[in-house]
Design a protein around this ligand. Sequence first.
Ligand SMILES: [Zn+2]
Ligand SMILES: [Zn+2]
Ligand SMILES: [Zn+2]
Length: 338
Amino acid sequence: MRRLFCSCGGELFFDSKTCVTCKSDVGFDIQTKRFECISNENKVRRCQNGVDYGVCNWLSAPNSATGLCYSCEFNRIIPDLSRSKNIEKWQILEAAKKRLLYSLLKLGIPCITKWSSDKYGFVFDFIEDQRTNPDISEEYVSTGYLGGIITINLNEADPVFRAQQKEATNEIYRTVLGHFRHESGHHFYNFIKYFPDLDLEYQKLFRGTCEVDYEDALKDFYTYGPKANWERNFITPYASAHHLEDWAETWSHYLIILDSLETAKEFGLINETLDQCDIYAKISRWQDITVGLNEINRSVGIEDNYPFVINHTTIKKLALIEELTQKLKSHLPDLAIY
Ligand SMILES: [Zn+2]
Ligand SMILES: [Zn+2]
Ligand SMILES: [Zn+2]
């Protein structure tokens, strides 16, 4: 994430709604990737979801008929707002979703709603299930991806629920942002078929000889745990469940590395910009930084910042993901990229 400032010079953060220095209301403009002061003189408006519910700090898209921002246009189903705490949870999901969209737009890959392209776009459903809302017909809604629809269970915004799930599934990380990144990985996997050379590489690196049915593979994972010695070939235990999950997990780490390195550069922790580094240099800088970050966290007394080891196979997988993102910048020209 880049460093952000108010027109008064005060420092702002990606989630800022007001400037603590000059007290102005501010809104993020995704086109310029800067904050603007929202005032009568300045003809910009806050997104309607920010005005009505306080869940969005972006500016309404220019000429928008709905008054929504670029990010809120991606919402297909929003939470039931008559239920207490749902606005609070929705805001947590919105904040993570915006970080994801920011990263995807920075990559310059097709990041459009399913309303504008049914073939290449995606949308979000934020839903509850009977575990928290007895009025809902679904007993259990899992966070997941299907045909351009990213479903996030609203309960993931509840830290207690998330911690319980993390324990139950023995995960190393479980974050709201991680869910968004992971599910977006499933979406962008769809694009690999447009590039036969990359698809071939995918078959070698990810699919391998895995012929197990997806549902059976997940059932096995939840019954017997990760593959033995998963650390040698996968970034997380869950990645060893099935090659599609391996792709989504590795994609998620690609975004973690990119976003974190951008932040590191902005705060002077590395010298090079991302454009100056190929994937191998990026991974190497990231590995250098995380040793220090983990030590700092241990000094503070909290869990490691990045408790993962990037093995050689994962490096090759990350390189394939970078190649796909680079190709997607110049291909599929029929797409209007925002
Ligand atoms: Zn200010
Ligand atoms: Zn919005
Ligand atoms: Zn997945």
